[in-house]
Write a protein that binds this ligand. Structure first.
Ligand SMILES: [Zn+2]
Length: 234
């Protein structure tokens, strides 16, 4: 194999690694955001359950007050009944007492429903609380892992960038330019020629290209995709 091609293959290997690292680093903030969102969702869910519980408790207290005030009303009617001498008024007051009693019964029914709701909410609130606590611990761990991973990747990338010139020094400049262009536009710049088929575009090359690649005395390009070829499997 041409020494330049051998060097390009090593360079390409490192450049691929660096590109992968850059992609991972670029995606890291999104990954972090997704983790934080997971935690926010769990907290929101716990907050919603608690809010529903609190609303039901407030409503329960309000109904208690309503019942108390209606009992007060009944007591007032009963006093008025004792004071009146008019039969018609007495009847009307009796009717009013019955009416308020019915209202109280209705409120008590609502209270029973509320108690039922609160009973059901209790385990839901506990479960949502636990889920939020668990999510916080898990997400914190995952974020720490992500930060560690990113720090490792950063240092690997710094190392790859700092030592890159070692692998480019002495390479033919035009060849290096071509390599860069192909690496950027076609993902891989240097590919194997296996059984006369380019591993980049999967097309069969001409006999002369195949021969030139096999001989390995010059830089050979695939005539279909222009990638630089080296001899792979015969
Ligand atoms: Zn090709």
């Amino acid at each position: 194999m041409l020494p330049d091609i051998e060097r390009l293959l090593i360079l390409q290997d490192r450049d691929k690694k660096a590109r992968l690292i850059r992609t991972e680093l670029k995606n890291a903030p999104l990954e972090r955001k997704a983790l934080e969102q997971k935690l926010a969702d769990a907290r929101q869910h716990a907050g919603d359950a608690k809010h529903r519980q609190r609303s039901a408790e407030v409503e329960q207290a309000r109904l208690d007050t309503e019942i108390k005030s209606r009992h007060g009303q009944i007591a007032k009617y009963e006093t008025q009944k004792l004071q009146t001498r008019k039969n018609e008024e007495y009847q009307a007051l009796t009717h009013s007492v019955e009416h308020v009693k019915k209202e109280i019964a209705g409120i008590e029914d609502r209270q029973l429903d509320l108690m039922d709701t609160l009973e059901k909410l209790k385990p839901e609130v506990a479960a949502a609380d636990k889920a939020a606590t668990d999510a916080a611990a898990l997400v914190q761990r995952q974020i720490t892992d992500l930060e560690t991973k990113c720090a490792n990747l950063e240092s690997q990338l710094t190392e790859l960038d700092a030592t890159r010139t070692k692998f480019t020094d002495g390479l033919d400049e035009d060849l290096l330019d071509t390599y860069k262009r192909l690496f950027t536009t076609k993902t891989e710049a240097v590919v194997a020629l296996n059984h006369e088929v380019c591993a980049g575009c999967h097309m069969k090359v001409t006999a002369s290209t195949a021969l030139a690649t096999k001989v390995g005395k010059s830089v050979v390009h695939c005539e279909q995709c222009n990638r630089i070829l080296y001899q792979g499997e015969h």
